[in-house]
Design a protein around this ligand. Structure first.
Ligand code: SF4
Ligand code: SF4
Length: 94
């Protein structure tokens, strides 16, 4: 079973009104993090972060709530919280 197959085993109730993941300063991603390789685009197991032209997009509806991005961003530039109560991930097999 590959990662894409495993991701199909989790459910997600999205909070349409508020993202629980926020990039604090887009300028840091653009001006400083290029030399670091923008690690959020590869350490996130759910591929939430994507570099598009000059900014990071955040597909927070795919988040697995592992909290890796709290420590993985070299500039501590991601505000990573749990979703509000009743929203977020549901693990089918655990
Ligand atoms: Fe921006 Fe942090 Fe991602 Fe770098 S790792 S691109 S600073 S959010
Ligand atoms: Fe990705 Fe985990 Fe951060 Fe969610 S908490 S965005 S799954 S690294």
């Amino acid at each position: 079973m590959n990662i894409e197959d495993k991701l199909f085993t989790v459910g997600y109730k999205p909070d349409e009104h508020k993202s629980h993941l926020t990039i604090k300063d887009d300028a840091v991603c653009l001006e400083k993090c290029g030399e670091q390789g923008r690690p959020c685009t590869f350490f996130c197991p759910a591929r939430v972060y994507t570099w598009e032209e000059n900014h990071i997009t955040v597909a927070y509806n795919n988040c697995l709530e592992c909290l890796t991005c709290r420590t993985g961003c070299p500039y501590k530039n991601i505000d990573c919280q749990y979703p509000r109560g009743s929203f977020g991930i549901t693990y089918k097999f655990g």
